[in-house]
Design a protein around this ligand. Sequence first.
Ligand code: NAP
Length: 282
Amino acid sequence: MVDYPKAFVTGYPISHSCSPQVHRYWLRLYKLEGWYEPVEITVEHFPTFIQSLQERKYCGGNVTLPHKERAFTLAARCDRTATCIGSVNTLWFEEDVLCGSNTDAYGFICNLNDCAPGWIRNTAIVIGAGGAACAILFALKEQGFKKILLFNRTRTKADHLADRFGQEVFVADLDSINSYINRADLIVNTTSLGMRSSYNSNKNDINIDFTNAHPDLVVADIVYTPRVTAFLKNAQKEGLKTVDGIGMLLHQAVPGFERWFGIRPQVTKELRSHILITTQEK
Ligand code: NAP
């Protein structure tokens, strides 16, 4: 009989997820009795899995691709962030009611605060229009950005996403992006383009020319395998401040851990090093 809190991360596939390493690190560090496990669930079986959470003795868990939007519709109560983003990555129970939130926006902002203190909240460029871009747009609007320029390979997807976020978000064609770089205080790549599995060259596949960038421009990539993507390398060559995606992954895990295991964990250099070793091995 399991009498300690048990949480999960589910997705399809799930073997690539670093979340078990993050949560197990904190469980060991804080000497807590608890368990966190990966559970691979297909799209077809996801609703049944969610309905069986209490039967399986879970107090909650994380949800990753491709289930985040479905989790939003299945949670009985979602907070404002999840409702604005339209997807859920963290689930927990409150008096038997399944609740959902999305902590990606929180994780992104905490990581910027850690890695680029003093970053300017005026004009941003966001590349990509998938689920992660939606969380980033929400985060930037919450931070008070006056202008957010959105670019995506498939322009119609960017148009649809911008419609959800109001007048601060403008869409332009991806091939015109270089003419906007000098206006930006922050540029974020949210596409999966830089992922190890999706590219095998060292060139900057989105063809960004950083030579005219403002010297205070902060360049962020939310991809974390590899840690330094070609996009970030090109920005570094121009002497720009860059922020990788590992910290976002670590910070987005904090609210869930606190809900399930009762302690608000710290994102430290030691945790970062531990996870970097793990992601290199994957
Ligand atoms: P998604 O919904 O599938 O969206 C993928 C985005 O990438 C779309 O905008 C897509 O453009 C674009 N894209 C893919 N291949 C491309 C290519 N060859 N050229 C140009 N654009 C391309 O995925 P997501 O959920 O937004 O996740 C995106 C990335 O963020 C993933 O790598 C994920 O691991 C990472 N992520 C990291 C964290 C973190 O904690 N660090 C959190 C969430 C996500 P189209 O619309 O044209 O297809």
